[in-house]
Design a protein around this ligand. Structure first.
Ligand SMILES: Cc1ncc(C[n+]2csc(CCOP(=O)(O)OP(=O)(O)O)c2C)c(N)n1
Ligand code: SF4
Ligand SMILES: [Mg+2]
Length: 283
């Protein structure tokens, strides 16, 4: 069985106190607890402080382009649908530049798990406002405050067709581990939105801010009721943040519906095309 060292790459360069530390540990622990090792999981990273985890986590990895982690992960999954595939990206990457990819991945019910570091800012590029930042939030890119309404990650993904939508808080690693595990175990498109304090550039959504506003869903919560889930996701408008599986349902995945993948994975078919031959057709 793999241990934390097996999954550990270079030492993280995140700011002291950043929520990414808790998420990094939670991801490694979740993979270990699921009995995975670095060669049995595919990880696709976005570009950002969150995406820098590409250097800190050992796995079959792609450090993709900003906003393009999800389509890379979909390709990965179609090539080898037996392998668990996770995406690790920021809120800017997932809900901003990659928002269109997110929406269509939800409706395809691709069997991948998207782990979002939701810190309300573009951390790596030094603190411009990201789509989940609140109206009025002041940053380098919005010195007089944001005019637009923020994205609602839970409502957006539930109504776009995701079959698993959960939320956790980077300050609660145990809960975050359980949400990541449940997301990976879910067969279908899963999103775990992790509320992540950026201690350097977001002075509004701090640990203190979240500790006063997060709460765990109780065991009677009906997670497979679509209308209840949408209602729950709207609580963000009152600055309330439910933690847990907000929505989960069963539906055939994208790969399940491809007859070509019934008997074996694409990589096992070993019918690779020589890309040089194809490129010659266009020269
Ligand atoms: C196509 C493209 N657009 C913009 C950038 C510049 N860029 C790099 S990281 C980043 C924002 C990262 O923010 P987020 O995805 O929220 O991740 P965080 O750093 O907050 O974890 C941007 C805009 C880029 N690298 N590529
Ligand atoms: S800039 Fe923010 S998100 Fe990036 S490492 Fe520092 S605290 Fe974390
Ligand atoms: Mg961000």
């Amino acid at each position: 069985m793999a241990n934390i060292q097996d999954f550990s790459g270079y030492n993280p360069t995140w700011c002291p106190g950043c929520g990414d530390w808790g998420i990094g540990i939670a991801i490694k622990q979740a993979l270990i607890q699921l009995g995975l090792d670095p060669s049995s999981v595919g990880a696709v990273f976005g570009i950002g402080c969150s995406g820098n985890m590409n250097d800190f986590l050992n796995a079959y990895a792609i450090h993709s382009l900003h906003g393009r982690a999800i389509p890379n992960a979909i390709g990965f999954k179609i090539a080898n649908h037996k392998m668990p595939v996770i995406v690790i990206a920021g809120d800017g990457d997932t809900y901003g530049e990659g928002g269109n990819h997110l929406m269509h991945a939800c409706r395809g019910n691709h069997d991948i798990t998207v782990i979002v570091h939701d810190n309300g800012v573009y951390g790596l590029t030094t603190g411009q406002s990201a789509p989940t930042a609140q109206k009025g939030f002041k940053s380098k890119s919005t010195p007089t405050g944001i005019i637009e309404t923020p994205i609602n990650p839970l409502a957006l993904t539930i109504t776009s067709g995701a079959t698993f939508v959960a939320q956790s808080f980077a300050g609660d690693a145990i809960h975050t581990i359980s949400m990541i595990k449940a997301g990976i175990e879910h067969k279908g498109f899963s999103v775990v939105n992790i509320l992540q304090p950026c201690v350097t550039f977001n002075k509004v959504n701090t640990y203190q801010y979240y500790l006063q506003r997060v709460y765990k869903l109780d065991e009677n919560y009906q997670k497979n009721d679509f209308k209840i889930a949408v209602q729950k996701s709207l609580e963000i408008n009152d600055e309330k943040f439910p933690l847990g599986i907000i929505y989960q349902n069963k539906k055939a995945t994208y790969s399940d519906q491809l007859p070509q993948l019934k008997d074996s994975t694409l990589v096992d078919k070993k019918r690779f095309t020589d890309i040089d031959q194809i490129s010659k057709l266009f020269i």
